[in-house]
Structure formats: C-alpha cells, structure tokens
Ligand binder design. Structure first.
Ligand code: NDP
Length: 242
C-alpha cells in the first residue's frame, strides 16, 4: 500500500484530506502541536477500515522535517504522496506589518513546503512515482488586504509546484495546487454571521465551503486517474474567482 503524508493533518482541511486518503493509502497524519487531535483522525481512519499513524512534523523547522521523514521512511519505506497542507496566517496591513510577521508566515507556508517537498521528492524519484499537492489559497491568485505575507506565501507555492511539475514529470511525479476559497475551519472561525453573509453574496454556490470540498479534489489528484494532470492550479471556491 502506498503511503501519504499530510502536513497539518490534525485539524480542519488537513484532517478531511487525511480521512479521504485513508480509503486508498496508509496515511501519516502530521501534527505540530495537536497530538490528541491527530490520534483522533487516525482512529477514525482505522474505524473506517483504513490504515494510519501519526508523526510530529513542524514544517518551519528543517531538522523536524528531516526527523519526521526519516521516521516515516524507516517504518513504511516511502512517502508516495505528500500533501503540503499546513499553514498559518498573521494578518496586518502592509504599513504596520512587522518583519517577524512577514518572516514567520513565509517560513512556515512557503519555506516549510520547500523542506517537505525536497525531502519527499528524493524518495519519489527512487520509486518513479509520486503525487505532491500544495494547499494554496485563492488569495495567492488575487492578493488580499491585510494578508500581503500570506498571499505572497500562497503565490510562492504556485511557482514551487509548477517548477516541480517541470522537473519531475518524466519520473511520474505530478505536482498540483488546490486553491481553496472560504472554508469553515478554525482558521476562519473569526468570521461572524454578517461576514459570512457578505462572503456568500460573492459566491455562485451560496454556501461557505466545507473541508470535504477540498479533500474530494485532493483525493482525485492523488489517484491514478489524474496521472495526466500536473502543474495546475485548481480553485475550489464556490465560484468566488470566476
Ligand atoms: P487550521 O488553522 O484549521 O489548521 C492548521 C493546521 O496547520 C493544523 O493542523 C496545524 O497543526 C498545522 N500547522 C500550523 N503550523 C504548523 C507548522 N509549523 N508545522 C506543521 N503543521 C503546522 O487551518 P485550515 O485547515 O483552515 O487550513 C489548512 C490549509 O488550507 C492552510 O494552508 C490554509 O492556509 C489553507 N487555506 C484555508 C482556507 C480556509 O478558508 N480555511 C482558505 C484557503 C486556504 P497543529 O494543530 O498540530 O499545530
């Protein structure tokens, strides 16, 4: 059975992705702090007849990434699928943005995915098969007020994914981006009912997204059926960006 590592698999979109992949892969649920929640995700996958385990991986730290990959490699021989899902926000308008806010978001969201992807690709090259999915954001395509750091990090992921697709296509390694719109998770829990109504007004499909809306697309991009799709950005946003 192939192995899939989901960074930030403990909560929100990442846990939905882990549950979706649990039908076809051994899933390694990555967590930085939420060990209990990661264990709950493992139990849910196992209860549904799948196979899963956890690993601690702080993607902002190269040493933590290396240790986590070594652990998974030792136990399961490979990482065939990498879901670069973990991400953070530290919002501020640019005139007030502190250098630390800029650096921390870039380090986690962009450099973190560089660490994980570089490490995973070495294993995928050996096996001549791999799937890498980056969870970017629609704001990586459009920009957003108060999110220059986050939007830049998410736009950066698109360049990273497209470059990997060109370098690795000949080895059966695909690299694609999913760009969610507004999805109901802890990250968007600050939105009150009025904010949500305003967002829904802008959408073609009149509801806020669910983590499963993202995981369904990710599962397809990890399947054999998607082998001819690489270097693409797929917005999953209820029509926000049309
Ligand atoms: P949540 O805030 O609900 O969860 C964030 C996840 O990232 C947690 O599992 C957390 O793990 C993990 N994480 C945070 N920092 C690190 C780190 N340094 N190393 C490893 N893991 C880390 O976020 P969402 O589920 O909402 O978002 C998931 C992804 O989707 C993010 O990349 C986000 O930018 C993107 N996205 C979300 C949208 C939304 O509307 N929700 C819209 C567009 C994009 P732990 O709890 O263990 O610390």
């Amino acid at each position: 059975m192939k192995t899939a590592l989901v960074t930030g698999g403990s909560r929100g979109i990442g846990s939905a992705i882990a549950l979706g992949l649990g039908k076809n892969f051994h899933v390694v649920v990555g967590y930085a702090n939420s060990e209990d929640k990661a264990n709950d995700v493992v139990q849910e996958i196992v209860a549904a007849g799948g196979s899963a385990s956890t690993v601690q991986i702080d993607i902002s730290n190269a040493e933590s990434v290396d240790t986590a990959f070594s652990t998974v490699e030792k136990e399961y021989n490979s990482v065939d699928v990498l879901i670069n899902n973990a991400g953070i926000t530290q919002d501020n308008i640019l005139p007030r943005m502190k250098e630390a806010e800029w650096l921390e978001v870039i380090q986690t969201n962009l450099t973190g995915s560089f660490y994980t992807s570089q490490r995973a690709i070495k294993l995928m090259m050996k096996n001549k098969w791999g799937r890498i999915i980056f969870i970017s954001s629609v704001v990586g395509l459009s920009g957003n007020q108060g999110q220059a750091n986050y939007a830049a990090s998410k736009a950066g992921l698109i360049g990273l994914a497209k470059s990997i697709s060109k370098e690795m296509g000949s080895r059966n390694i695909t690299s694609n981006v999913v760009a969610p719109g507004y999805i109901e998770t802890d990250m968007t829990s600050f939105l009150d009912d009025e904010n949500k109504e305003n967002i829904i007004e802008q959408l073609s499909i009149k509801r806020i997204g669910k983590p499963e809306d993202i995981s369904n697309v990710v599962s397809f991009l990890c399947s054999e059926e998607s082998e001819y799709i690489t270097g693409q950005v797929i917005p999953v946003d209820g029509g926000l960006t049309t």
